[in-house]
Ligand binder design. Structure first.
Ligand code: MN
Length: 424
């Protein structure tokens, strides 16, 4: 294990040991947002470190309020910065930073004292449907027993284009949406707050390198275009979705908020967790073939805390290995038609469900369409989310006795607007 001199980095269970070094955007009271890296209990200010000449910050845009410029700089720059940060922060590394207490005080901030911001300017948001168990469960719940997978599902990653404008960082409250629903379709639609507000436990991939209009990518090339990964909660209004969803898919039901974790965990940090693709019932078309292991073994959990409750209740435990399409497959498929991909594009995996009920990645599956309530550990039950409920996603991999974690992705439900119109 490679140890660090920064407080907390070697503590068992710490999300941010030296082997992680996830990037984010932070501010301290009275200062502008800039880029940082999490290490132990601290965030290291990359803008200040660059200004002090301790990292090769030229052209990386570390003084900007988004990681986009650094992401666009490409894999060689990422590797150079990561290697230098590792040397500066390792217990047995260069003393350039450690031996300057005044500089340390200036560039290392306790995580508890900073505000985290959205880590990227989100160029586009596409949400996929790459989990087989989720696709099977959804098909059965929405279209009836035996509905199974749609005929296209085993052959390509299905997706819809979501809203980049409503991707929010962890900690941003989520207002319950108003919308049209049809509890009794024969009686026509009604307007009101969604009564079936749900979570979706997902894994988000960030596109770093752009493509030109008309340009395609192999899966191996797509891997090189990806910068890193975040936790993603794709909040969903199931009653609105059910009424609006045919024939063009989700619209209002998914457009009110998508929460992501503030820390972007890089491909380099996730190397120990790479796994081969799952067994498939059918061969994929050649453009989706993978010549390396692009899947991950990472645990994901969701906890629900009712308003005022002292204790969180775990409602989901799943794993990214339950996905059937890898992140570079999603990107290669996205670019196949010649769609221009941009620095800061966010690709959601789709809900990640494992084989058993505790592994199902949303309440619609856990309650089987609102039939069987979920029992909370502190008492009480849920079919869907109530106002004041807070949901927190966490995720991590474990290797060599160390945890590579994603931090937290949290959101609390606010009541729906009382009336329609500006000012409400
Ligand atoms: Mn989704």
């Amino acid at each position: 294990m490679n140890r660090s001199w920064v407080t907390g980095a070697d503590r068992p269970g710490c999300d941010f040991p030296l082997a992680n070094l996830p990037y984010g955007v932070f501010s301290t009271p009275g200062t502008a947002a800039r880029c940082g890296v999490a290490i132990g209990d601290c965030v290291l200010d990359l803008a200040a470190l660059g200004a002090a000449g301790l990292i090769p910050g030229q052209g990386c845009g570390f003084d900007e309020s988004a990681l986009n410029r650094f992401m666009a700089a490409g894999p060689q720059v990422w590797e150079g910065v990561r290697n230098r940060l590792t040397t500066l922060l390792a217990l047995d590394g260069a003393g350039d930073l450690r031996n300057q207490p005044a500089l340390c005080a200036q560039v290392l901030h306790p995580l508890s004292a900073v505000t985290m911001h959205l880590p990227i300017r989100v160029a586009g948001y596409t949400d996929f449907f790459a989990g087989r168990q989720h696709a099977l469960n959804s098909g059965t719940i929405l279209r009836g027993p035996g509905a199974g997978l749609t005929p296209n599902w085993p052959h390509m990653p299905i997706a819809y284009n979501g809203r980049a404008s409503t991707v929010v960082v962890s900690g941003t409250p989520v207002r319950r949406p108003l919308g049209q629903t049809a509890p009794d379709p024969a009686a026509g639609p009604v307007l009101g707050p969604s009564q079936r507000l749900d979570i979706e436990v997902e894994f988000g991939a960030l596109v770093a390198l752009p493509t030109e209009l008309g340009q395609t990518l192999t899966v191996a090339e797509a891997w090189e275009h990806l910068f890193g990964f975040v936790l993603l909660n794709d909040w969903s209004a199931r009653d609105i979705q059910r009424w609006e969803g045919q024939p063009l898919g989700p619209f209002q039901s998914k457009a009110f908020a998508t929460s992501i974790s503030p820390w972007v965990v890089t491909r380099a940090a996730l190397e120990p967790f790479r796994r081969p693709a799952p067994e498939r019932d059918n061969p994929l078309l050649p453009y989706l073939h993978e010549e390396a292991d692009y899947f991950f073994d990472l645990t994901l959990e969701a906890h629900l805390t009712p308003a005022g409750a002292a204790q969180a209740s775990r409602i989901v435990q799943t794993n990214t290995r339950h996905l059937s399409y890898s992140a570079p497959q999603l990107l290669a498929h996205h670019a196949l038609c010649g769609c221009r991909m941009q620095t800061g594009d966010l690709l959601g995996s789709g809900t990640i469900s494992g084989p058993e009920r505790p592994n199902f990645g949303c309440l619609m599956e856990q309650t089987w369409g609102g039939r069987d309530p979920v029992t909370l550990e502190q008492g009480g039950t849920r079919m869907f989310l109530e106002d004041g409920d807070s949901v927190t996603l966490t995720g991590w991999g474990e290797a060599d006795g160390q945890r590579i974690g994603f931090g937290r992705c949290e959101g609390t439900i606010l009541p729906a607007p009382a009336r329609i119109g500006r000012g409400h």
